[in-house]
Design a protein. Structure first.
Length: 173
């Protein structure tokens, strides 16, 4: 539900008014996304996450990206990885799919931001972020291939609950 809010958030609108509009839409998004009987709990959690996000340091950063946004909720499709390594088309009998939450420009480079709604904080962030390193490599490979990039994009995890951006590749440093 929060992904839908951020996907549909009008970055050109007045932020306070757009936050109010998105808060009103949360119940609708929850009805479409939640399991039967879970709609209210999902909506309540989404409202709390949006409140935390809007009151933290990530929200102004999100708004400032408006002129540099390339895509939101961009679907990607890759051949399966061979032996857990790089994706290969040779003998592919399946695929790896995903959705890039946010792609934006940082100078002449592209950045993939992946929203995380987990209730992870402080010292747990680095360990939690390391779990997503393979996802970041796969997403970066997909974007690199799709746009014939000279260098892979940076992969960021946006922890909405904690209000922090973590790079999984740097999480162990």
């Amino acid at each position: 539900v929060v992904h839908r809010v951020l996907e549909r958030f009008d970055l050109t609108a007045e932020p306070t008014a757009e936050l109010r509009r998105q808060r009103r839409l949360i119940a609708h998004y929850a009805r479409r996304a939640a399991a039967p009987g879970e709609e209210e709990a999902v909506a309540a959690r989404a409202r709390e996450l949006l409140r935390r996000f809007a009151g933290g340091d990530l929200f102004p950063h999100f708004l400032a990206l408006a002129p540099r946004v390339v895509a939101r909720e961009l679907p990607v499709l890759l051949p399966p990885a061979a032996d857990g390594g790089e994706a290969t088309e040779e003998g592919a009998v399946g695929f790896v799919s995903g959705t890039l939450d946010l792609v934006y420009r940082d100078g002449d480079a592209l950045v993939i931001a992946d929203y995380k709604t987990d209730a992870v904080d402080g010292g747990e962030l680095a360990a939690h972020a390391r779990r997503y390193a393979a996802q970041g490599r796969a997403y970066a490979a997909a974007l690199t291939q799709a746009f014939a990039l000279r260098r892979p994009p940076r992969f960021e995890l946006w922890y909405l609950n904690a209000g922090r951006v973590v790079l999984p590749s740097a999480a162990g440093r």
